[in-house]
Design a protein around this ligand. Structure first.
Ligand code: 3EB
Length: 348
């Protein structure tokens, strides 16, 4: 059961991986570290990304570790560090957008736009060359996501750079797009990590929500390129990645100023996505209680009320990592992401 679906997700305090034996690292695909800490004593070959996003409970730092059965092969291609086995690949990159500032302003208006486009072009180069075309899930973290610079919102600049790269690399920008999230970190470079596989996942939408790639123009001139979830089977059994999910019904934010109601609405949206997943595959029988979660909370003062609403709605213990982050619309107070069909070890 440890590698059910071909993967295992471990949530650990930041200091724990350094204490793990060599055999444990033999099966680590990659790590995301959250918080102010920069753990030391790790093997150099493991791809890791550091995100300035403090955990809201427990230790100062938390790790999200993705593992898969070895033998694993590591390397760097197009500036992306990766580790892979025969069926899945994990990759990550941190790119300081300052390197892209001030260049060729007529062609592209912002450093963030250019940095994002570059990251995604490298990602697609890696997927094509290594032959893992099925992008199952992408995590995007960028500082100051709600700020306005160069005459537009930074999330909009990110969306434009992402969409440019999808088009440039011959990928569709609607329909069969990957599951994703995009959150604001406190500082640091643009950071991205992903999991891909040999076969394309099935993209799942939420009937309660307008697909993000069809959002009206008031949410930005270039639509976000992501699906509400992706269902795949790298090891035969169903593996589900639910994208960042917020209190949006149709295309509008609901429950302004009410973090409790926004949490419950986000979970209703995830339930609707799970129902859709079952419609696509009868064996994708995942309920809310079967998922591993990350919950992003905008205001640290509201952590307790978000946690209470989450626990009350689920009515059982589930693995969940709470992080303090900026959600991409300034009226969103919480965002919830989830996954199911893989092994989980929870030690936070
Ligand atoms: C939303 O539903 C909330 O830009 O990749 C959720 C998941 C959100 C992914 C992305 C954004 C993204 O529009 C925000």
């Amino acid at each position: 059961m440890a590698f059910l679906g071909g993967l295992s997700l471990n949530f650990l305090p930041a200091e724990v991986p350094a204490q793990m034996p060599a055999q444990w690292w033999d099966e680590v695909l990659g790590v995301a570290v959250y918080g102010g800490v920069s753990p030391t004593g790790w093997p150099q070959y493991v791809p890791s990304v550091h995100v300035s996003m403090p955990p809201l409970s427990g230790a100062d730092g938390a790790c999200e570790v993705w593992r898969a059965r070895g033998p694993l092969v590591d390397g760097t291609l197009a500036g992306i560090r990766y580790r892979r086995n025969e069926s899945v690949i994990f990759g990550c990159i941190e790119l300081p957008e300052g390197e892209f500032a001030g260049q060729d302003m007529a062609e592209s208006p912002s450093g963030l736009h250019r940095a994002t486009r570059s990251i995604y072009e490298r990602l697609f180069t890696l997927l094509d060359e290594m032959r893992y075309p099925g992008l199952l899930r992408v995590w995007n973290y960028l500082p100051g996501i709600n700020l306005e610079t160069d005459g537009s919102e930074r999330y909009w600049q990110f969306n434009a750079g992402r969409q440019d790269a999808f088009i440039q690399c011959g990928r569709t920008t609607g329909g069969n797009v990957p599951a994703a999230c995009a959150l604001g970190s406190a500082a640091g470079p643009v950071a991205l990590y992903f999991i891909a596989a040999r076969e394309a996942p099935v993209a799942i939408e939420n009937p309660r929500q307008v697909s993000a790639y069809r959002y009206p123009e008031r949410y930005g001139p270039r639509s976000p390129t992501f699906a509400r979830a992706g269902l795949s089977r790298p090891h035969g059994s169903p593996l589900l990645f639910v994208s960042g999910t917020a209190s949006i019904v149709g295309h509008e934010t609901c429950h302004h100023g009410d973090a409790t109601a926004q949490t419950v609405e986000s979970l209703r949206n995830i339930e609707a996505v799970l129902t859709e997943a079952r419609r696509h595959a009868v064996d994708a029988r995942f309920g809310l209680q079967d998922l591993a979660y990350k919950v992003y909370v905008r205001n640290p003062d509201e952590f307790e009320i978000v946690q209470s609403a989450f626990e009350a709605h689920l009515a059982c213990d589930v693995p969940v990592l709470y992080l303090q982050a900026d959600v991409c619309r300034s009226d969103l107070l919480v965002e919830v992401e989830a996954s199911a069909g893989h092994g989980v070890e929870y030690a936070l």
